[in-house]
Design a protein around this ligand. Structure first.
Ligand SMILES: *[C@@H]1O[C@H](CO)[C@@H](O)[C@H](O)[C@H]1NC(C)=O
Ligand SMILES: *[C@@H]1O[C@H](CO)[C@@H](O)[C@H](O)[C@H]1NC(C)=O
Ligand SMILES: *[C@@H]1O[C@H](CO)[C@@H](O)[C@H](O)[C@H]1NC(C)=O
Ligand SMILES: *[C@@H]1O[C@H](CO)[C@@H](O)[C@H](O)[C@H]1NC(C)=O
Ligand SMILES: *[C@@H]1O[C@H](CO)[C@@H](O)[C@H](O)[C@H]1NC(C)=O
Ligand SMILES: *[C@@H]1O[C@H](CO)[C@@H](O)[C@H](O)[C@H]1NC(C)=O
Ligand SMILES: *[C@@H]1O[C@H](CO)[C@@H](O)[C@H](O)[C@H]1NC(C)=O
Ligand SMILES: *[C@@H]1O[C@H](CO)[C@@H](O)[C@H](O)[C@H]1NC(C)=O
Ligand SMILES: *[C@@H]1O[C@H](CO)[C@@H](O)[C@H](O)[C@H]1NC(C)=O
Ligand SMILES: *[C@@H]1O[C@H](CO)[C@@H](O)[C@H](O)[C@H]1NC(C)=O
Length: 672
């Protein structure tokens, strides 16, 4: 035999030997793979030469049948690459009917001097019994004591399945624990519960492996079947220190090292793409990923990974979640033909849609113009030019601007809905908040009313009148843009009571009344052309951040040229606020507004609705009820509770007197 041949033979022999070591058994050559039913993988072993160190040398006691493996005094149930499971110890104390101790076992375990620790994440102390008090003690780097108590009266109180504190309690252990003692005590010596529970138990064992049962009080033999998990670490150095001596370093080929969290020392694990035993030479073997077919077509296994590829007649990265493999098409003329057709079609499509869009755009412009005219745009322009002054401040908005401002008339932006339209909250490009009223009107007869509001409001500049910022006429229904008044309507605040009290104080009410009166007085006598509001009511008085009143909704208002003292109109207004004189005669004067204001004052005083069908017939109309009460000197029965306490009596009287004068059915006197 030549030398080369001999070497080859030697090499092949070693290879076979390693392969045998790797296959399933995970042991050093010549060592016993199992003790009884339990496999013992390296770094553990049976015998000094078969294990990595003395702590990992397993005592396989053959006096048992089958033989049982032991670490020190502890019987091992299972070995794994990161932990060891041993049989646990159950601490017991039992008592006879007269309360004398008949049997007692302590649990006492110590791993001091070994690299084993009780796993704090996987183990828990479980205590059983209805008159049980358990003290546990242990040490890691510090000594500690803990425990738990379980007391219950009857068997019926105890619930199977959950360790909830009745008949069973749990307590966790600290990290890195190496010593554990448990002593089971009692408070009433089990005399009260002896009929169903004569013993108390405690054990440290794997969490979630035990399901509590009341029957365990009397039959506790299977409690020792709950395993106890031990962590371990190799050596007494960190990875960094251990790597410096490569002959003693435990982590072998294709593996990595990590430090133990519980104890000084380190552990090994196979690299990604490898599996096996990291503590053995060539223990970590490449995983053949191609067995699970991770590729679309061709899979090539590599050391620690795999590669996908495509057959010659296709292209792509060959992976399943990547581009895969696509067949190359060799009939190039057909491709060109298809491309030609494709581009031609595309051209037609683009040209066609451009034409269609431009026609549609022109139609849209025409439609907008039509709406503008229909919505009285020309009328408005004419009106604006005839009333120079405030007009400059009124802006004509485009439909797009307002669509953007209201987030395409988003329902969540609706501030209120009334007879004349819907009010949306809008945000303009300069981040100004506005209220946008989308009118309901679609028939042309009401159009005048709409233009009316625009024209009237452009005349007015008063701090207690809501400001019109502009309008939009390009849409099917006209849109009005107002300043945003944040705090809602007066009527809302009057009805909004908390604990029977409205949110408005007497001082606020007095001020709101005065501000409203100021606005009306301005409309009637200080505006360039007198204006009659015609729909004064608490729902048309808005309140801003500081609860300053702002009169709104001029849809029904009329300009009242100075030379005409009375105008005949169609009677218009809100029931409950309507001046009876105007209602009967149809003659509109400023005094109709004064009457309505009187009703608002009565509302401010009483907090009642002006018309309420839930009240008796004589009290139904607030105005009449108010007047009658004043005549009969019963005013204070009607007032809102808070006002009587808060307001000065003479102030309340003065306001009530004013309201009475406003509500006078014969229009002799005015506000001033
Ligand atoms: C590994 O061992 C099992 C039985 O223990 C055997 O069937 C299998 O062929 C072995 N594989 C190799 C690669 O030796
Ligand atoms: C352990 O081994 C014995 C025979 O050696 C067998 O009868 C028994 O079923 C085994 N138990 C387990 C849990 O594998
Ligand atoms: C095996 O276990 C038996 C019973 O517990 C004990 O008496 C004996 O000393 C043990 N043998 C060894 C070698 O530990
Ligand atoms: C309980 O044990 C004590 C002491 O051993 C004994 O004196 C007593 O008679 C026992 N009681 C019962 C009811 O067995
Ligand atoms: C144990 O039994 C004795 C009588 O045998 C009694 O005097 C004593 O109080 C009992 N001890 C307890 C703790 O109940
Ligand atoms: C823990 O208690 C034991 C016994 O009482 C004592 O010997 C040891 O020094 C204590 N260890 C620490 C860290 O306090
Ligand atoms: C005790 O419990 C075990 C398992 O839960 C059961 O197999 C056994 O029969 C029980 N023994 C008695 C006396 O109830
Ligand atoms: C580390 O372990 C080795 C043997 O395993 C021992 O000789 C040495 O004293 C230990 N060092 C420390 C700091 O525990
Ligand atoms: C490395 O470890 C081996 C085996 O434990 C030992 O014999 C040797 O002296 C160590 N070398 C150094 C440099 O510490
Ligand atoms: C495909 O998916 C797997 C797992 O979902 C991922 O690990 C791999 O990186 C992916 N490959 C590509 C090319 O995206």
């Amino acid at each position: 035999m030549s030398l080369e041949l001999f070497l080859l033979f030697l090499l092949s022999w070693f290879r076979v030997d390693f392969a045998r070591a790797i296959n399933g058994t995970e042991i050093l050559p010549g060592c016993q793979p199992k003790c009884g039913n339990v496999t013992v993988p390296y770094p553990f072993g049976i015998g000094a030469k078969c294990s990595i160190d003395t702590w990992a040398n397993i005592n396989c006691n053959t006096t048992f049948n089958p033989p049982k493996p032991f670490i020190g005094d502890y019987e091992v149930v299972q070995f794994s690459q990161t932990e060891v499971r041993i049989k646990n110890f159950v601490a017991v104390s039992c008592y006879n009917q007269s309360g004398n101790l008949t049997d007692q076992v302590f649990a006492s375990m110590s791993l001091v001097g070994t690299p084993y620790t009780f796993s704090s994440t996987k183990n828990i102390v479980t205590v059983l019994g209805c008159d049980t008090m358990v003290l546990t003690r242990g040490s890691n780097t510090l000594n500690y004591s803990s425990g738990c108590i379980s007391i219950c009266d009857t068997k019926e109180n105890v619930i199977d399945g959950t360790c909830s504190g009745i008949g069973c309690c749990e307590t966790s252990i600290p990290k890195g624990l190496q010593e554990f003692y448990a002593l089971v005590g009692t408070i009433y010596y089990h005399t009260k519960v002896w009929s169903f529970d004569s013993c108390g138990y405690a054990f440290l064992g794997e969490q979630n492996m035990y399901s509590f049962k009341v029957s365990d009080f009397t039959n506790s033999s299977h409690l020792t079947d709950i395993p106890l998990v031990l962590n371990y670490a190799v050596g007494n150095q960190t990875c960094k220190q251990a790597k410096q001596n490569s002959t003693a370093f435990a982590c072998k080929d294709n593996s990595y090292c990590y430090d133990s969290v519980d104890h000084t020392g380190y552990l090994c694990s196979c690299n990604e793409g490898y599996e096996g035993n990291p503590y053995l030479k060539q223990g970590c073997q490449d995983v053949n990923e191609c067995n699970n077919n991770p590729c679309k077509e061709i899979c090539t296994n590599t050391q620690g990974g795999y590669a996908c590829s495509c057959p010659d007649d296709s292209y792509g990265d060959g992976t399943k979640n990547g581009t895969g493999c696509t067949k190359r098409n060799k009939k190039i003329p057909l491709i060109q033909l298809t491309l030609g057709f494709g581009f031609g079609f595309l051209f037609l499509l683009v040209g066609g849609s451009w034409l269609y869009l431009s026609i549609k755009k022109r139609k849209l412009i025409q439609l907008k113009e039509k709406f503008f005219q229909k919505n009285g745009g020309l009328l408005l322009k004419q009106q604006m030019s005839s009333h120079e002054g405030g007009v400059e401040s009124t802006k004509i908005f485009t439909a797009e601007e307002l669509k953007l401002a209201t987030n395409n008339y988003d329902n969540r932006r609706i501030l209120g809905q009334g007879g004349s339209g819907t009010v949306y909250k809008g945000i303009l490009p300069d981040l100004r908040m506005v209220a946008i009223k989308k009118s309901k009107i679609v028939d042309e007869s009401q159009l005048g009313q709409f233009i009316n509001e625009v024209v009237i409001l452009t005349q007015i500049n008063h701090r207690n009148v809501v400001k019109l910022l502009g309008c939009c006429l390009e849409t099917e229904v006209p849109l009005l843009v107002y300043e945003f008044v944040s705090h809602g309507t007066l009527s809302h605040h009057l009805r909004k009571t908390s604990g029977g009290m409205s949110s408005l104080s007497w001082k606020d009410r007095l001020r709101i009344g005065a501000e409203t009166a100021g606005a009306l007085s301005y409309l009637h006598s200080a505006a360039s052309i007198p204006i009659i509001h015609r729909d004064v009511k608490s729902a048309n008085i808005l309140l801003d951040d500081n609860d300053t009143a702002k009169v709104a909704d001029f849809g029904a208002s009329r300009l009242n040229p100075l030379d005409e003292t009375q105008i005949s109109t169609l009677v218009q207004g809100t029931m409950g606020y309507l001046d009876p004189e105007y209602f009967h005669t149809g003659q509109l004067t400023e005094k109709s507004d004064v009457y309505s204001f009187g009703v608002v004052l009565a509302e401010l005083l009483t907090g009642e609705k002006p018309l309420c069908f839930e009240r008796s017939i004589e009290q139904r109309n607030l105005a009449t009820h108010f007047i009658v009460s004043m005549k009969e000197n019963r005013l204070f029965e009607l007032l809102e509770a808070g006002i009587v306490n808060e307001g000065k009596t003479e102030q309340v009287h003065a306001v009530a007197e004013l309201a009475k004068r406003c509500l006078n059915s014969k229009a002799k006197k005015d506000l001033q």
